[in-house]
Design a protein around this ligand. Structure first.
Ligand SMILES: [Zn+2]
Length: 59
């Protein structure tokens, strides 16, 4: 099962797109877009964790 998403960064469809937070200065407080794994690595994007459980633990 895969869901096709439009990668906001390279503007093509990807089946591995995940929601990331993107801050676009000058046009608002930021927004959320889908990004493929390649673009996440290339642009250093941080995927959003829907469970809010991604905070690094101490030590
Ligand atoms: Zn991409």
């Amino acid at each position: 099962m895969s869901t096709e998403r439009m990668c906001h960064w390279h503007k093509e469809w990807t089946s591995e797109g995940v929601l990331v937070a993107a801050v676009e200065t000058g046009s608002g407080p930021g927004a959320m877009f889908y990004a493929c794994p390649d673009c996440r690595e290339r642009y250093g994007l941080q995927p959003l964790d829907p469970n809010g459980d991604s905070a690094p633990g101490p030590g």
